[in-house]
Design a protein around this ligand. Sequence first.
Ligand SMILES: NC(=O)c1ccc[n+]([C@@H]2O[C@H](COP(=O)([O-])OP(=O)(O)OC[C@H]3O[C@@H](n4cnc5c(N)ncnc54)[C@H](OP(=O)(O)O)[C@@H]3O)[C@@H](O)[C@H]2O)c1
Length: 337
Amino acid sequence: MLKKKEKYIVAVVGATGAVGNEMVSILEERNFPVGQLRLFASERSKGSTINFHGKPVSVEVLKDDVFEGIDIALFSAGGQRSLDFAPAAAKAGSVVIDNSSAWRMDPSVPLVVPEVNSHDLMWHKGIIANPNCSTIQMVLPLKPIHDAAKIKRIVVTTFQSVSGTGMKAMNELHEQCTAFLNFREITPKVYPHQIAFNCLPHIDSFLDNGYTKEEMKMVNETRKIMGDQSIKVTATTVRVPVFKCHSESVNIETEKKLTANEVRAILSSKAGIVVYDAPQKNIYPLPIYVAGKDETYVGRIREDESVENGINMWIVADNLRKGAALNAVQIAEKLIE
Ligand SMILES: NC(=O)c1ccc[n+]([C@@H]2O[C@H](COP(=O)([O-])OP(=O)(O)OC[C@H]3O[C@@H](n4cnc5c(N)ncnc54)[C@H](OP(=O)(O)O)[C@@H]3O)[C@@H](O)[C@H]2O)c1
């Protein structure tokens, strides 16, 4: 358990990655009370440095015995590293906030979006899981609607940016766009197909039921975070050639009737949500404008005319920030409150 202190020793594991880099920036931006920052990555990053509050911090190689004295460890180095090292960190007394999917569905590990279920932080035993990026931005606006009208069913299609796959995928999109526009041959490396000027209805690996792991994460994590196993969820997750921000087309059916205006009113009053919805003036959330923002943007709110109590909406958030690094730092902020 975390002891109250003026300043904390904070570790970022996977500091050289897309999410890790963002974590360091967000700790700095939000003036998190960091007494000492420790940065970890693989052997490949040995000797590199990352600036924090204007000073270079050396990246260390991740090992089992590095966690002594670390108060909070933000993990973002892939599932295998989380499985291998998070228990050692927790045993050494650190509170681990893990970005990978390794611990999310473990019943002894809380899965937390602070605006939705910060009460679940009460029962952590040293490891807290940060949900999947697509799930975070969906449950944030859906929870207050669920509280007001009880959601029975969610149908979601995602349009997920390449930064969701990490640094290598961002480089791949860049390189493929350049190659395509210069009539050069494209050889996909990160994804099974060309991502430039294309859409791939395939995120993570396929399961026996025909869904991908990413789609089933949205189903299972949504129920765990919202604390309601009765909500029916079906998802189709699509990778699109966008650098930052995931977009989602979300359709919900509720027990109680809500009008589009009522939904706008509910969402407008909630922290972390911006209702950006004036389609007559071409105003709706767009990845290029939401990139770098902390809030989750919701627009195109309208009643689904094909069912009795249905609502459609379009949700966009920065997957590296609210979908990952910011949510993790917000959990840390709740812990020290
Ligand atoms: N990208 C997102 O939007 C997003 C959202 C939610 C969750 N996540 C999760 O966050 C994690 C990181 O994602 P990312 O997008 O930041 O990936 P990334 O850009 O590929 O970065 C991976 C990081 O992990 C480190 N790493 C890899 N193997 C390691 C090892 N054996 N020992 C120590 N460090 C090692 C890398 O260090 P080197 O530079 O030294 O290789 C790098 O710092 C993943 O579990 C991912 O599923 C990502």
